[in-house]
Every structure is written in structure tokens, then in C-alpha cells.
Design a protein around this ligand. Sequence first.
Ligand SMILES: *[C@@H]1O[C@H](CO)[C@@H](O)[C@H](O)[C@H]1NC(C)=O
Ligand SMILES: *[C@@H]1O[C@H](CO)[C@@H](O)[C@H](O)[C@H]1NC(C)=O
Ligand SMILES: *[C@@H]1O[C@H](CO)[C@@H](O)[C@H](O)[C@H]1NC(C)=O
Ligand SMILES: *[C@@H]1O[C@H](CO)[C@@H](O)[C@H](O)[C@H]1NC(C)=O
Ligand SMILES: *[C@@H]1O[C@H](CO)[C@@H](O)[C@H](O)[C@H]1NC(C)=O
Length: 336
Amino acid sequence: MSSRTLTTAAFIFLCTLTLIALTQSVPFIVLHGIGDKCSSQGVTKFTELLSNWSGSQGYCIEIGDGVWDSWTMPLLEQTAIACEKVKNISELSEGYNLVGLSQGTVIGRGVVEWCDGAPPVKNFISLAGMHAGIASIPFCKSEWLCVLLDTLIKSEVYSSYVQDHLAPSGYLKIPTDISAYLKGCKFLPKLNNEINSTRNSTYKERFASLQNLVLIMFEQDTVLVPKETSWFGYYPDGAFDPILPAQETLLYTEDWIGLKILDEAGKVKFINVSGNHLQISQSDMKKHIVPYLEDEASTQMMRSETSSYKWLSSTWNFLLELVGFSEDIPLLHTMD
Ligand SMILES: *[C@@H]1O[C@H](CO)[C@@H](O)[C@H](O)[C@H]1NC(C)=O
Ligand SMILES: *[C@@H]1O[C@H](CO)[C@@H](O)[C@H](O)[C@H]1NC(C)=O
Ligand SMILES: *[C@@H]1O[C@H](CO)[C@@H](O)[C@H](O)[C@H]1NC(C)=O
Ligand SMILES: *[C@@H]1O[C@H](CO)[C@@H](O)[C@H](O)[C@H]1NC(C)=O
Ligand SMILES: *[C@@H]1O[C@H](CO)[C@@H](O)[C@H](O)[C@H]1NC(C)=O
């Protein structure tokens, strides 16, 4: 063969690989946080940027009407809706990646654990998830009205009325009121398989079969108390101190949901980024989220194919950064 035909053959071969990359890329979904909606500027841009950078199709899944329902619809119901919607999108039927924002992360975990008949979730990327619960209602800080509201809610939080009308009550776990929590809280105890009499091994099986679990914690997070809940860390039962790392909680040591299996297989990435709740910079998005949304089969193929491709792509990224794709500004200014 002449060198020209060889070059042509190589060219066609590379084009074919590119085609495969385009047709095989794994889509992803975004589940937004509380007080937000898919059509808000922050969520729209977030989804679009991830889609543009990864080359994968992204879908923001809306639950009910967005803002209002995110606050008032019980999380079991929100999860059931997300589950139906996911099953209804044919592009996801071969499996998909999931990006959860705050409250969206626990809804996403519900979809992984108990959405029967849904396609598998491959990579699960969690931004500021309250995985082990929160010990304070996430809306008010200091004003007297807020303090009053907070007190009122806390005293009644595990009543059916509050459970049925205020979504965050589904993951409020007051460390000094664990028995009421286990009895009255309708969402998190189920999600975390906390109650041994109703523990469901299917949840564990499904969660443990994730390819990667990326847990992003925001270092200045003032909304999640404690912020370590984003890494499955929490207070011990009965006290507000100390904050136990995930590995010292019962959820992990008794492995109620498969977190330990995932961790021991090296599949859990504990990421710590600077910023308050959900204020992720574009460079951190590229570094910690995008790699999990790129199609692993085709990128592996490409990488093993030619080293000059690797060189080309890093040069290309460098050029993109030069022309201003590297702003280090927070993206999501949601109230969640
Ligand atoms: C994503 O890419 C499309 C097409 O190139 C472009 O129109 C859009 O502005 C990009 N989105 C963002 C948020 O940069
Ligand atoms: C599923 O898709 C069908 C057809 O596109 C639509 O009519 C139906 O409302 C969808 N269901 C849900 C739960 O989104
Ligand atoms: C466990 O959860 C799965 C998934 O939702 C469900 O199909 C199954 O019936 C549950 N098993 C029990 C014993 O509740
Ligand atoms: C459930 O937990 C309680 C208290 O930790 C324990 O006494 C009991 O033996 C457990 N039951 C099962 C079935 O594991
Ligand atoms: C997060 O990172 C900061 C600085 O990079 C460090 O000081 C802090 O201890 C880290 N937090 C945890 C929980 O590792």
C-alpha cells in the first residue's frame, strides 16, 4: 500500500471512531434543587455547559411545576414522578449518568434505589447532597420570624401534616430526636435503609452497582448543617457533636445501602470545593463533573489509538482556556 492510501485509511478509521463517539455517548440528567426549576437561568446554563463540554446530551427533569412543588410535594412523590419521567425518555433507555443538585441528589438516589424497570444509572454526581440528613431547616438564619418558624417546624417536623406538605422535612434528622425521626420521617430512613425491619436489599444492590459516585462538598456551605452530610458524614445519634466521617457511621459500617462496597472498590470520589452551597466554578465543573459525563468507551478507544490525539486534545483545551472558557465564577446562585 502506498503511504497515501495508508493515510486515507487512517483518516477514515479516525472518522469512524468519531462517529462511534457521537452515537454512543451516554446521556445525562440533571435534577435541580429546592426553590429552583429547569427553566431558571442557572440550571439551564449549568445543563448546557455540561452538555457542551462533555459532548453528551443533557436533560433537566422537571418535577411538577418546579419551584412550588419542590418545596411542598413530599419527596416520595417527587421521586415517583422523576422515576416515571426517566422511564419515559427513550434516549435514556441504554443507561445514563445523573447529576443531582442539593435536594435533587436525594431524589436521584431514590430513583437509583427503587425506580423499578428504569434503565441503570452509570455515574452519579452529587453536588451538595444532604445524604445523611440535615439538622436545621435550610431557609432561615437569624431574623426572628425565621427563628420562630424554625422552632415551630422542628417541634412538629415528624407529624404527618408537615411530612406531607414540606419537602425538606423528609431529610431533617434531628440527632437528639432519633426515635421520632425513625418513626415519623417518611423519606430519608427509607432512602438510607435505616430501619432494619424494613431494610430492602434491592436498594443496596442497585446503589452498589454504580460505576462511580462523585460526592462534592462545598467548603463554605452554610445551608447544609453539617456540610459533611454531602460526604455521608453526620452527627452520632443523640448529640450534635462530633461530626463523624462517613466511614464511622452505621450506614457505612453495617453497609445499609452499599456505600462501603463502592468505597472499597475505589468508586467513591470525595471532592471538596471552595464556595457556598452550589456555588461551583466553571473550572471545578470541568475538573470534577465533565470527566464522568464523557463517553468512557469511545474516549478510551481514542486514547489508546494515538498519542498525538492526546497531545492535540490537550492543546485544544489549552487554547479554549486561553480564549476565556476558564472563568472561575460561581454559576448557580439558587436559594437552595
Ligand atoms: C453551548 O453550545 C451551543 C452551540 O455551540 C451554544 O449556542 C451555546 O451558547 C452554548 N451554551 C453555553 C451555556 O455556553
Ligand atoms: C410519557 O410520554 C408520553 C408521550 O410522549 C406522554 O403523553 C406522557 O404524559 C408521558 N408521561 C410522563 C409521566 O411524563
Ligand atoms: C424492595 O424494593 C424493590 C424495589 O423497589 C421492590 O421491587 C421490592 O418489592 C421490595 N421488597 C420488599 C420486601 O419490600
Ligand atoms: C434491629 O436492630 C435492633 C437494635 O439495634 C436489634 O436489637 C435487632 O436485633 C435488629 N434486628 C434485626 C432483624 O437485625
Ligand atoms: C477541604 O479543603 C480545605 C483546603 O483545601 C481543607 O482545609 C479542609 O480541611 C478540607 N476539608 C475536608 C473535610 O477535608
